[in-house]
Write a protein that binds this ligand. Structure first.
Ligand code: SF4
Length: 444
C-alpha cells in the first residue's frame, strides 16, 4: 500500500506523466521521481502521475502514455535507455521525427545531463541539469496544449535542448539555494528497496573531485542543506516512518548534521547514511553511525593499491582505510561492503592481487578490534568494471575489453576464494560495456 498518493480528476486539467524507466521497486527509491511528483502536483491545474516499466499504465489512474500532454523521463542510468521501446509499447512512435502530436517526450536525469545528445533522435526535448529549476517553465509549456506550442515554449529555456528548434543549450541548470526545494520521500511504499525509510536529501554534489567520478560533473557546485531545511524534510516523514535515510556525500563532515542525527537517535529514530567517505570515519562519526542503529556500511575504496588510488584521484591512504575499519569495529560495526573498480587505466595483475590482500587485512583488523568476539566479520568485496564517463578527467581512458575484464574478475575470485572469510560479487562486464557504449553515444 502507498501512503501519500495524490489522486486528481483529469477533466479540465493538464496531464504530465513522470516516467522512471525501470521497475517500480527501483524507481520508487529515486528521490527525483518524488520531487517531480510533489512539485508538479502542487499546481491544482495540473495532474502528474507516475509510470514505471512494470506498471501497466500510470499508477494513479492506469492512463497510458499517449493520453498525457507531456511526459518527463528521468534517467539515472544509461542502461535504462534500453527500456524506452517497452515503455512506449508501440503506441507512441519511438523516433522524434515520426511523432506529430502530443505527448511531447522530455528526457532528463543524471545520465542525460552527462551526455545530453545521446537520445536526441528519440526525445523531443532534453533537460540538462536539475529539473527542479525548470519546473515552472515545464508546467507553463505543458499548459500550451499543442505539440508545437509546447516545444516552442520549452525552447526558450537556456537549459533545454529542443532538437527541432535549437540544437544547443546555454548552461546546465542547478539550484542556487537547495533549501527552497526540500527533497524527500513523498509517497511511502513498502515495495521498494528503501521502503522502510523516509529518505531525505541532505546535500547535492561532492566537494571532492575523484578523476573517474561523474558526480561533480553532474551536480556541481557542492551544496549542503541548512539544518532547518533538513529538519523540515525529515519531519514530513516522521508520522509514517521511524527510520530516516540521509542522502548526500560527505554528510558526516558537517557538525550540525552530526548533532541532528544524534538527537534523532536519542528519540529512538533510526538514521542511515547513504554514502560515507572512508576518511570521514573518525571515532566520533563511527560512534554516531552505531548510535543511529546502522550495523553495516559500504566503503568506496576503488583500488587495492594505494598508488593507483591516488592516480585516479581518490586520495585516501591504506592507513586511513584501516583506521576507519578499526573505528567501525570498535563500535561494533563488523559488516563491511568494500567497493573496488577493475579495469582501471594501466592496471596490472599486482593491482588485482592488492584488492584481495587489502580485503584480507581489513578482515584481520575487524577481527582484532571488534568490540566483542561474538561479532562475526562479514566482509564482501564488490568489483565493478571501470566505465570512463564523459566530462570526467578520465573520459578518454580506454574501456577494458570484456574478455580482459572477465579474466581479471575470475583471477580476483580465485584469490578471494583462497583466503576465505571474504565474499565477492561484481557487475557483469557485458552490462558495463553496454553502459560504456550508451554513456559515450551520439545520435549518429
Ligand atoms: S567518488 Fe565519492 S568522494 Fe569521489 S568525487 Fe565521487 S562522490 Fe565524491
Amino acid at each position: 500500500m502507498e501512503i501519500g498518493v495524490i489522486q486528481k480528476g483529469w477533466k479540465g486539467r493538464t496531464h504530465i506523466g513522470i516516467v522512471y524507466p525501470n521497475d517500480y521497486y527501483i524507481g520508487m527509491s529515486n528521490l527525483a521521481i518524488h520531487a517531480l511528483y510533489d512539485l508538479i502536483n502542487a499546481d491544482e491545474t495540473i495532474v502528474a502521475e507516475r509510470i514505471f516499466l512494470d506498471s501497466n499504465g500510470s499508477i494513479e489512474s492506469k492512463r497510458r502514455l499517449h493520453e498525457f500532454d507531456l511526459i518527463l523521463f528521468s534517467f539515472s542510468f544509461e542502461t535504462d535507455y534500453l527500456n524506452i521501446p517497452a515503455l512506449l509499447r508501440g503506441e507512441t512512435p519511438l523516433l522524434r521525427k515520426e511523432r506529430s502530436k502530443t505527448p511531447v517526450l522530455m528526457a532528463g536525469g543524471a545520465a542525460v545531463t552527462l551526455n545530453p545528445y545521446a537520445l536526441s533522435e528519440i526525445f523531443d526535448c532534453i533537460a540538462v541539469g536539475e529539473a527542479e529549476c525548470m519546473i515552472e517553465e515545464i508546467k507553463a509549456a505543458a499548459r500550451e496544449g499543442s505539440r508545437d506550442d509546447i516545444l516552442r515554449r520549452l525552447a526558450q529555456h537556456p537549459s533545454i535542448i529542443v532538437p527541432d528548434i535549437k540544437e544547443g543549450y546555454k548552461e546546465r541548470a542547478w539550484a542556487r539555494d537547495i533549501d527552497t526545494i526540500p527533497i524527500s520521500t513523498v509517497i511511502w511504499s513498502e515495495k521498494t528497496e528503501f521502503g522502510h525509510m523516509h529518505l531525505v536529501e541532505a546535500s547535492r554534489g561532492c566537494p571532492f573531485r575523484c578523476r573517474f567520478c561523474a558526480t561533480p560533473c553532474i551536480y556541481s557546485p557542492y551544496r549542503a542543506r541548512g539544518r532547518e531545511a533538513l529538519e523540515k524534510a525529515i519531519a514530513r516523514g516522521l508520522k509514517v516512518r521511524r527510520q530516516i535515510g540521509i542522502i548526500g556525500s560527505d554528510i558526516l563532515r558537517h557538525g550540525e548534521y552530526i548533532e541532528l542525527a544524534s538527537s534523532l537517535a536519542r528519540e529512538g529514530i533510526g538514521v542511515s547514511f547513504s554514502s560515507i567517505r572512508v576518511d570521514g570515519i573518525t571515532r566520533e562519526t563511527a560512534h554516531l553511525i552505531a548510535e543511529c542503529g546502522q550495523n553495516r556500511i559500504a566503503l568506496g575504496i576503488e583500488a587495492g593499491r594505494e598508488e593507483m588510488r591516488y592516480k585516479i584521484g581518490k586520495r585516501i591512504s591504506n592507513e586511513k582505510i584501516l583506521e576507519a575499519v578499526r573505528n567501525l569495529a570498535e563500535e561494533g560495526i563488523t559488516r563491511l561492503k568494500l567497493y573496488f573498480m577493475i579495469g582501471l587505466p594501466e592496471e596490472d595483475e599486482e593491482d588485482i592481487a592488492e584488492i584481495a590482500r587489502l580485503s584480507v587485512t581489513i578482515r584481520e583488523w575487524v577481527l582484532k578490534y571488534r568490540r566483542s568476539s561474538e561479532m562475526v566479520p562479514e566482509i564482501s568485496v564488490v568489483a565493478t568494471p571501470f566505465v570512463p564517463k564523459k566530462g570526467t578527467p578520465l573520459e578518454d581512458a580506454p574501456f577494458c575489453s570484456m574478455s580482459t575484464l572477465k579474466k581479471k574478475l575470475s583471477f580476483l575470485r580465485h584469490l578471494v576464494a583462497k583466503i576465505g572469510g571474504v565474499t565477492i560479487s561484481g557487475e557483469a562486464p557485458k552490462k558495463a560495456y553496454l553502459e560504456y557504449l550508451l554513456s559515450n553515444g551520439r545520435p549518429d
